[in-house]
Design a binder for this molecule. Structure first.
Ligand code: AR6
Length: 170
């Protein structure tokens, strides 16, 4: 069991759970959130509506509807405000809480986007470091295959620099 970095569209992945970089309303938005809701269909929005939102740094799980995975774990990353407003702790909490929910639901394979690194402006290098450190800590104790899915070229370039050993090409 390990961490792998792959490039692609997270909505296409057939793993136990994919993680959504949501906002605190859980009612959809742009970026990966928009892509997940569009591919899952309206029933996902209906289930999310019943959850009553989600705090920054926390995570909630739903079904996946028309997506190929089994579950969607919605987490709310911090908005980057320069780095001295608890951003790192909140982002760490997003990964940890998402992984705990995955474990509690018997997921053996989980895919994350690079949370907060788009609209929420978390620098990609720092966002990667938090992701990899937190996932590594978690899988030291739990059997799970975890993917970090990079979408844009800038994120792939950062991954190639920092974590070339984790990149898997198809
Ligand atoms: N598959 C994988 N990664 C993707 C995909 C995809 N289909 N689409 C985008 N990304 P963002 P955030 C990457 O902005 O920064 C939403 O409006 C993207 O390139 O989706 O946490 C929510 O509703 C970037 O590297 O999420 C919130 O309001 C990463 O996913 C807000 O954006 C995260 O970018 C959350 O902002």
């Amino acid at each position: 069991m390990s961490i792998k970095i792959i490039q692609g569209d997270i909505t296409k992945l057939d793993c136990d759970a994919i993680v959504n970089a949501a906002n605190s309303s859980l009612l959809g938005g742009g970026g990966v959130d928009g892509a997940i809701h569009a591919a899952a269909g309206r029933a996902l929005l209906e289930e999310c509506r019943a959850l009553g939102g989600c705090e920054t740094g926390d995570a909630k799980i739903t079904g996946a509807y028309n997506l190929p995975c089994r579950y969607v774990i919605h987490t709310v990353g911090p908005v980057w405000h320069g780095g001295s407003h608890g951003e790192k702790e909140l982002l760490t909490s997003c990964y940890r809480k998402s992984l705990e929910l995955a474990k509690a639901n018997n997921c053996k394979s989980v895919a994350f986007p690079l949370i907060s690194s788009g609209v929420y402006a978390y620098p990609k290098k720092e966002a990667f470091q938090v992701a990899v450190d937190t996932i590594r800590d978690f899988i030291a104790e739990v059997e799970m295959q975890v993917y970090i899915v990079v979408f844009d070229k800038a994120a792939l370039a950062v991954a190639e620099k920092l974590f070339s050993d984790l990149i898997e090409t198809s």
